[in-house]
Design a protein around this ligand. Sequence first.
Ligand code: CTP
Ligand code: MG
Length: 230
Amino acid sequence: MGVVALVPAAGRGERLGYGMPKALVPVDGVPLLVRAVRGLLASGRVRHVVIAAPPSDVDAVSTVTAPLAQAGGAVYVVAGGAERSDSVRLALTHALREIPDTSIVLVHDAARAFTPPSVVGAVVDAVAAGHPAVIPVLPVADTVKQVDSTGVVVATPDRAALRVVQTPQGFDARVLLRAHESGLHATDDAGLVERLGVPVVTVPGHPDAMKVTTKFDLAVAEALLAGSGG
Ligand code: CTP
Ligand code: MG
């Protein structure tokens, strides 16, 4: 069973505003991307990693991630695309071309650098058990409203039936390829697969798998690290 993790890391990190691609932003001296890849490998399930880097930073990303490769595995870096979905597709194409036996693919945001390895393991195990698409989720803490274009509330969905979605999202490799070749659009990979009519199942996510988007999130990440002793 070949498990390959694709790591979209080609964003500019504009909302964080750190003056460098978010994937390379250090937290306690270690770039977010390095932390994300370490977490994937620490699950004991992932052998190969394909990172989509900002096109102008492929060399810098290769330099910081090459030492992470484990025995029998490799860390590849490809140039990412204009949108996250383009970066995922480019990394997926590379994985299917270069890595024989790719049967399960994870897609994991570099920005979710503190995802516990146990979440990675739960996602891989559920795909290996026969589910073609698996996502980690959390309950919704706030009440959510649907509004119209003028901001007037039109509906209040039952919060108990809502979930927020994290990564890594796990897929049968052929299903993810079909989703990306479909020409459909969605805000995450599971959304694409869902549009194909393939069932998407959920496993419990973890608060630490938060996405670092803003300076506030970076402060939370620093607090997380301080609390865990490193
Ligand atoms: N991503 C990517 N290719 C893109 C855009 C985003 O690989 N063209 C990646 C980011 O590097 C990140 C993940 O997708 O790991 C989630 O995106 P987001 O949190 O929006 O990161 P950025 O796009 O870097 O941030 P911003 O939108 O604030 O610029
Ligand atoms: Mg973005």
